[in-house]
Ligand binder design. Structure first.
Ligand code: FE2
Ligand code: FE2
Length: 274
């Protein structure tokens, strides 16, 4: 046990044979691939704790036992995704160990009634972050090469679809939301969308592709992924929320451009969404 570190080397060694042989890579391609899968390993691992918090909120809000069970399963799935990503790190010849970043608390929204507090997090996690994850991972599966790696990624994708769908179907189930609740959730959307964009841009590298061989092992164009992020917000997330009467104020839109440009100019290194 080592606080502050995520060490999945034992689990990775057990699972790595299932990943099979990977294509020959240059040292630079291998370095990028290991960094990408290690970053993803960390992100998958820490996203499990988000569902841990959601479970408590779902109990407080009186969600059905079926939905509570789903949330608990989602937490386990994220932990499994982390182990699967670790196995790819090992198959690439890397070490499946990494420092854990500082873990900001998942907001409890104690200023709101239990259902509203839950809905803020469900919208933020499922309808926003997990919906973006579905788009990004689906795009990656179109480029991935080795069949075993494709199989692994498609398994993760199927789970992420379930995580996103949980949010959208909960909104369907609760429709129509009371107008005052709708308004307060709409106001919260601006915060949630801004956080989503900042978080994703931090993890999607501001660079183009590294060639077909790298894409075959999951190192895709960060710039294309950033474009897909904004396309998903515009064509899937905002229309989906609008169908439930949830709309951010226009001021959010004006911040979208600068946020994109700033990060595109910049700084960032590997990693992927949950
Ligand atoms: Fe997920
Ligand atoms: Fe995941």
């Amino acid at each position: 046990m080592n606080a502050g570190m995520l060490d999945l080397r034992v689990e990775a060694a057990q699972l790595a044979p299932a990943v099979g042989d990977l294509p020959e890579l240059t040292a630079a391609e291998r370095h990028s691939a290991v960094a990408t899968w290690r970053g993803r390993m960390v992100n998958e691992h820490i996203s499990s704790r988000v569902f841990g918090v959601l479970l408590g909120q779902a109990m407080a809000a009186g969600l059905s036992a079926r939905r509570q069970t789903q949330i608990a399963e989602f937490a386990c799935e994220e932990l499994r995704h982390a182990r699967q990503c670790a196995s790819v790190v090992a198959a690439l010849g890397g070490e499946a160990v990494a420092p854990l970043p500082a873990l900001p608390g998942v907001p409890s929204h104690s200023d709101a009634e239990p259902l509203e507090a839950l809905l803020r997090n469900v919208v933020s996690v499922c309808c926003l972050a997990e919906t973006v994850a579905v788009a990004l991972i689906r795009a990656e599966t179109l480029e991935i090469g080795p069949p075993q790696l494709l199989h692994l990624l498609e398994g993760i994708l199927a789970d992420e679809v379930g995580h996103a769908r949980f949010g959208w179907t909960l909104l369907d189930e609760l429709a129509p939301l009371d107008p005052p609740l709708r308004e307060r959730l709409s106001a919260y959307l601006e915060t949630a969308l801004t956080h989503l964009v900042e978080h994703e841009l931090l993890h999607l590298p501001a660079r183009g592709d590294m060639g077909a061989r790298a894409a075959q092992v999951g190192v895709c164009s960060g710039l294309a992924a950033r474009q897909l992020l904004f396309d998903t917000i515009d064509t899937v997330i905002l229309p989906g929320l609008a169908r439930h009467g949830l709309q951010p104020r226009d001021s959010w839109r004006h911040r979208q451009g600068p946020l994109n440009d700033e990060a595109a100019a910049g700084q960032v290194e590997a990693g992927q969404p949950a």
